[in-house]
Design a protein around this ligand. Structure first.
Ligand SMILES: Nc1ncnc2c1ncn2[C@@H]1O[C@H](COP(=O)(O)OP(=O)(O)OP(=O)(O)O)[C@@H](O)[C@H]1O
Ligand SMILES: [Mg+2]
Length: 504
């Protein structure tokens, strides 16, 4: 400043008296009537240390994927479950997103997937119902699998866990194989529970467990090929001495009488629509060494809830088995430790099947993930889904998903929904009011925006689109406008069918 020539300098006038907030008053002073807002950028103090004095602090975290802009203060917001967990902000790497349809929950998730992928975290989209994520995963060079269209999944195939167990060998390898066999037993029991819409008896589970081990011995070790569900049904019909003992039956007739309901359920599973998916050898395995995996189950999304739940559950099981295998290889020093981001969009659909124990499965998954090096994003519409569950025990467990979630995100919910959510993650009246108002259009004039790709004008996204309230513990929520790049919008336009004609 010392080198500047001020107006009236040297004329006996105290120039500093002329200095106002908009410059020097008087002729030649250069007072500004309109003060432009200079663009502001966020960076760490290491990056911008030389920019003094033009830098200022912001009370928003700089840790995580840059997702958008703070609606209150304009600063950049960075957020994702894995980096916030690593920074010690949250107790576990999980995020629960609630919001009305079409308000950008999946788009917000796509941004986090992309950001984390560039930090080496591999996205696993297990059971994509729309599908929302294949384009993103393809863009990352990942693996996209489509279930329900000829693709088969053999639940008796230990897949990645078996391969890892063979590579590891010794006691650790045997332990992994044992885990794989237990997982298979649980998966088969879940399928039967879905068919029956009721829980299995403990002796039935024990019988399945025994049969799975017998088959594994016989098929894999002797024939070099995993057994199929058909083989399991046949073994249950023609039992070995071991299976007879497991049911405490005196002879085969008594055994058949006792196990008739179980055999019937298995036959129904093989004969029904699920037989097409689960009745053969796995066509394609999940590759955890790919930059990302999306299991597209949109082909079954319109089928009955049972079929959909079974296939979703199977993809979860297959996905987590692959993660366990990758972890076991890294524990044995045979591969580098990898971190995964598991996304479960529309997670409430499979949970609608009550009595099938799916809440238990998900409960188990959500408790273990931190230890497995896995971060999670769960997406649902309304927290009231859990309240409408008839089983109180299931409702309490489902409520636990939100309670345990490190970060809870609300996107344009009704007051009623927000009050429900507030019972689990307390929200202030102001927060509830703010989020509820996001859905309301500011006026009746149609808002238009320029499509960056075509340069043409098109209707703006609906009010509330991309606005999220990010809640961490009991802190005040961060009101964020998620800002997508054109490349992201091109990859994730779930309104394309509506807007194509309207581009003018
Ligand atoms: N921040 C944003 N800015 C502009 N457009 C957006 C933004 N977020 C989402 N969109 C657009 O809004 C549409 C709906 O988004 P998205 O599919 O992510 O919503 P959703 O909440 O996941 O909906 P659903 O509940 O039906 O799955 C998409 O076409 C998407 O491109
Ligand atoms: Mg969505």
């Amino acid at each position: 400043m010392g080198t500047h020539n001020y107006p009236y300098q040297g004329e006996g006038i105290d120039v500093m008296n002329l200095l106002g907030s908009r410059g020097f008053r008087g002729a030649g002073g250069g007072t500004w009537t309109l003060i432009p807002t200079p663009p502001s950028f966020r960076a760490t103090s290491v990056q911008v240390c030389g920019l003094w004095p033009f830098s200022g602090g912001a009370a928003r975290p700089m840790v995580g994927v840059p997702v958008g802009q703070d609606l209150e203060y304009g600063s950049t917001i960075c957020c994702d479950p894995i980096n916030w967990f690593r920074a010690g902000y949250s107790a576990n790497p999980s995020m629960m997103i609630y919001g009305n349809p079409g308000l950008g929950k999946s788009a917000f998730t796509v941004r986090q997937i992309l950001g984390l992928a560039f930090q080496g975290v591999r996205p696993l989209i297990l059971g994509d119902l729309k599908p929302d994520y294949p384009d993103v995963i393809r863009a990352l060079g990942g693996q996209v699998m489509r279930f329900g269209e000829g693709q088969r999944l053999n639940v008796l195939d230990q897949g990645a866990m078996l391969q890892a167990s063979d590579r590891i060998g010794g006691e650790a390898g045997a332990r992994l194989l044992e885990q794989a066999l237990q997982r298979t037993t649980t998966m088969i029991s879940s399928l039967i529970q879905i068919m029956r819409r009721a829980r299995m008896d403990d002796w039935e589970q024990a019988l399945i467990s025994r049969a799975v081990r017998t088959l594994d011995e016989k098929h894999r070790r002797q024939r070099g090929e995993p057994p199929l569900l058909n083989d399991l049904a046949a073994l249950l019909r023609e039992p070995t001495q071991e299976l007879l003992r497991a049911t405490l039956a005196d002879d085969v007739d008594e055994y058949r009488q006792t196990t008739k309901p179980l055999s019937r359920s298995l036959e129904a599973l093989l004969e029904g629509p699920l037989g097409r998916t689960f009745g053969g050898q796995t066509s394609e395995r999940i590759r955890t060494d790919a930059p990302g995996v999306c299991v597209d189950v949109s082909a079954v999304a319109k089928q009955s809830d049972d079929v959909m739940a079974a296939i979703m559950l199977a993809t979860w099981s297959e996905g987590f088995a692959s993660v366990e295998a990758a972890n076991a290889l890294s524990d044995a020093g045979l591969a580098a430790q990898r971190n995964f981001l598991v996304v479960m969009d529309e997670m409430w659909r499979p949970l609608r099947i009550e009595g099938a124990g799916l809440v238990d499965k998900m409960d188990g998954i959500t408790r273990l993930n931190r230890a497995e090096g896995v971060g999670n994003i769960y997406i649902a519409h309304t927290p009231k889904d859990q309240e409408s569950m008839t089983s109180r025990a299931d409702a309490m467990k489902a409520r636990g998903f939100t309670e345990r979630a490190g970060i809870v995100v609300a996107a344009g919910l009704s007051i009623d929904d927000l009050q429900s959510l507030s019972k689990v993650k307390p929200m202030s009246d102001v927060e509830i009011d703010t989020v509820a108002r996001w859905n309301t259009p500011p006026g009746w004039r149609q808002k238009m925006v320029t499509d960056l790709r075509t340069g043409k004008r098109r209707p703006a996204p609906p009010p509330g689109c991309g606005k999220v309230l990010i809640k961490l513990g009991d802190r005040a929520g961060i009101q964020t406008q998620v800002k997508l790049t054109q490349a992201e919008l091109d990859m994730h336009d779930t309104n394309a069918r509506w807007l194509a004609e309207q581009i003018v």
